[in-house]
Design a protein around this ligand. Structure first.
Ligand SMILES: Nc1ncnc2c1ncn2[C@@H]1O[C@H](COP(=O)(O)OP(=O)(O)OP(=O)(O)O)[C@@H](O)[C@H]1O
Ligand SMILES: [Mg+2]
Length: 293
């Protein structure tokens, strides 16, 4: 097995530290696919970075959507270390961390996003559960990795796959705050209960885990009445059930899938757009407001 390494020059130690002694760690979770986790992680990360917070995105999904949104196509970069290589023991976690980009890696117009970094995923993470399964301390693999870099960042955002498997258990064990991302709807709301149950199960099994469902983020909220009364009802329901945890909602916007296709966080793709402004509001509500220098 050959060693993997970082092909993009490391830059994160060179960036000026923000205000936190240790990064806040927030895992975006929902067992169903297409709930808005990746969109939220990348765009909250990009907004927090603009406000001056040094932010690390950790992509935990074999679909690699967070890596792609940040400009990278890990399967086309066979030399570049990914989290899968860390799992296999052929790369260091630090080597998977690269600057997040606005645009595709390799395009001449592409620029690194100041203060924003990503630990790259790999399609091979499909096998992660089988590899992690027999390991001692398998639930704490990610926590151990994060401990190594936590004092280098202000904020660490974990983009989970759409299930409640072992990688997501790792993300929950590594975080103090879990954010449930949901699209409005009855079925979607039930997902939050399952997430809460899973967190309870984990915190009652492992004494050192402090995670709680601290935030609920409703994305893809319909912007007009004609888009459905059922949605209005379910929005009211989520507001009642999760009054404390509810973040400002992110409105539905066709610019979001377009931004993903362009590999650009919304603040670069659609600066004045409604969804862009919504993500700035979410970021502020999470406590990341512009740093005064
Ligand atoms: N506010 C929004 N308006 C319109 N489309 C949205 C919005 N938020 C997310 N989407 C779209 O919904 C789809 C799913 O979003 P996303 O990939 O962020 O979900 P996910 O929870 O990460 O999914 P998975 O579980 O597959 O990783 C994407 O095509 C995305 O562009
Ligand atoms: Mg995703």
């Amino acid at each position: 097995m050959s060693e993997k390494f970082q092909i993009i020059p490391r830059s994160y130690e060179l960036v000026e530290r923000g205000t936190h002694a240790l990064a806040r760690i927030i895992a975006f979770v929902n067992q169903s696919g297409g709930a808005g986790k990746t969109t939220s992680v990348v765009n909250v990360g990009a907004c927090a970075a603009e406000y001056g917070f040094k932010t690390l995105i950790i992509g935990l999904d074999a679909q690699c959507d967070a890596s792609v949104f940040c400009g990278y196509e890990p399967q086309d970069m066979p030399q570049q270390a990914t989290l899968y290589d860390v799992l296999l023991g052929v790369a260091e976690f630090e080597d998977t961390i690269v600057p997040a980009l606005a645009g595709k890696y390799g395009d001449s117009a592409t620029k690194p996003i100041e203060n924003l970094f990503i630990a790259l995923e790999s399609p091979d993470l499909e096998d992660a559960e089988q590899i992690l399964g027999p390991k001692t301390g398998r639930e704490f693999w990610l926590r151990g990795l994060i401990e190594r870099v936590r004092d280098q960042f202000d904020l660490i955002l974990i983009d989970c796959p759409g299930n409640l498997g072992l990688l997501v258990v790792n993300a929950i064990c590594a975080s103090e705050e879990v954010a449930g991302a949901v699209k409005p709807g009855w079925k979607e709301l039930r997902a939050l209960t399952r997430i809460e149950q899973k967190i309870d199960q984990i915190t009652s099994t492992f004494a050192g885990v402090k995670a709680r469902l601290a935030h609920v983020l409703v994305v893809d909220a319909p912007t007009s009445r004609s888009q459905g009364a059922v949605y209005d009802d379910s929005k009211r329901e989520v507001a009642a059930a999760y009054e404390q945890e509810l973040l400002p909602m992110v409105r539905r916007s066709p610019r979001i899938p377009e931004a993903y296709a362009a590999r650009k966080a919304l603040r670069f793709f659609d600066r004045a757009g409604e969804a862009t402004q919504d993500y700035f509001e979410v970021t502020k509500a999470l406590g990341f407001t512009r740093l005064k220098r």
